[in-house]
Design a protein. Structure first.
Length: 138
């Protein structure tokens, strides 16, 4: 009986270690590269390139649509929550959300959402639902 338990225990132990988890490329299954998705408030250049979009608005709409639904207190007339969302390009104000459609995705390095509090601290009043910061390749 002892011998059967030892044989079964050995078979289970060896079976669990058998493959080692490596592929023919020599990487383990646990370390296989996955598409990176960063912060909910940041869209990177590599994400934009992989999204097959034409402009910054499309990039946000496809990758982080929550950025377009401001998280602050919006006007009761604005059902989308984007009224008061200010777009900055390389630190300069550009306008509202519609201005994102004029920024080519090929020129964007990063898109970042700032909540109302952070936008007000950085740029002053006038950001009731936050700001979108676009950093371009210069």
């Amino acid at each position: 009986m002892r011998r059967i338990v030892f044989v079964l225990g050995s078979a289970i132990l060896l079976g669990g270690c058998g493959g080692g988890g490596t592929s023919s490329a020599g990487t383990t299954a646990a370390s296989a590269p996955r598409p990176a998705r960063g912060s909910a408030n940041v869209i990177t250049e590599s994400e934009i390139q992989g999204a097959n979009v034409n402009n910054a608005y499309e990039a946000i709409q496809r990758l982080r649509p929550a950025m377009l639904r401001g998280r602050g207190s919006a006007s009761s007339n604005d059902q989308s929550g984007t009224q008061g969302l200010v777009v900055y390009v390389d630190g300069s104000p550009l306008g509202g959300v519609q201005a994102l459609g004029n920024i080519s995705a090929l020129n964007v390095r990063e898109i970042r959402y700032l909540n109302a509090s952070d936008a007000t601290t950085r740029f002053g009043t006038g950001h009731p639902v936050g700001a979108i910061l676009v950093t371009t390749r210069r």
